[in-house]
Design a protein around this ligand. Structure first.
Ligand SMILES: [Fe+2]
Length: 256
């Protein structure tokens, strides 16, 4: 399996704290049947992205793993104005394996309508945006039609493996499964942060998806599609998008 999203490099963000923890995460990944991992530290205000540092940390970990796991770098790109300005100058360092797929993370509190245009702008730059774990974003869960519209214009969607088993709550779990069924999902990744609650493991998701949707779909979401993105190639599997997405009745939250 190929993991496109994880925080395995040490002391760069809220993922691995030490090189020992990185190595333990890598061992778990290898045992789980993962062959390729893209190290994607956050690129946001709290954790500014420094490509030289990221690359050096990846090279060090790669050397210690002696070819037992293939590493590349990318980032968990927080989509805001400042970040976008920097990206425009030189996008490759931020992209998966320095090709053209870019993991894009949204704010949990507001996603202005202008974001629709921003995603298109990224595409005009030659990038292929991948929306990361929308099932864990309250705004997107309450407006799945926006996600659907982004997929229609050629964006991709990655969900977190743990969401499928309820690690991020029942709502995220239900939407993750709904969206696979409705053809909105292109990748399942670990978003691993540690060896505890958020490990670099995908085997359980491969099995669970194979049980519900067949092994061909599972293989596409966890092996073939992420492998293509790793190499900057077109995806071999693009699911058929349902005509409409379910908009479940949800509790309304009022902010004062
Ligand atoms: Fe992440």
């Amino acid at each position: 399996m190929v993991d496109l999203h994880c925080h395995i490099l040490p002391a760069l963000d809220d993922g691995a704290k030490t090189i020992e923890e990185s190595l333990a995460m890598a061992e778990e990944a290898i045992q789980d049947g993962i062959t390729h991992v893209v190290a994607t530290p956050h690129a946001c205000t709290e954790y500014p992205f420094d490509f030289a540092k990221v690359r050096a940390a990846k090279d060090d970990l790669q050397q210690r793993l002696e070819g037992r796991l293939t590493l590349a770098t990318g980032c968990d790109f927080h989509l805001n104005h400042e970040n976008l300005m920097v990206l425009k100058k030189n996008p490759a360092p931020y992209c998966i394996n320095q090709k053209d797929y870019l993991l894009v993370e949204f704010n949990e509190f507001s996603i202005p309508p202008a974001m629709d245009h921003t995603l298109h702008e990224l595409q005009l730059m030659g990038l292929r945006p991948i929306i990361t774990h929308p099932e864990r974003n309250g705004i997107l869960r309450s407006q799945p039609e926006r996600l659907q519209a982004w997929v229609r214009i050629g964006c991709f969607v990655q969900i977190t493996a743990g969401s499928l088993t309820g690690v991020f709550g029942q709502g995220a779990q239900e939407d993750a499964w709904n969206w696979i069924r409705q053809g909105l999902v292109h990748f399942v990744s670990s978003d691993g942060h540690n060896t505890g609650r958020r490990p670099v493991k995908l085997g359980f998701a491969l099995e669970a998806i194979a049980d519900k949707h067949g092994s061909a779909v599972a293989q596409s979401l966890l092996v073939d599609n992420p492998r293509a993105a790793f190499h900057g190639e077109a995806l071999p599997y693009t699911p058929e998008l349902a005509a409409t997405v379910d908009r479940r009745k949800r509790k309304r939250f009022f902010f004062f």
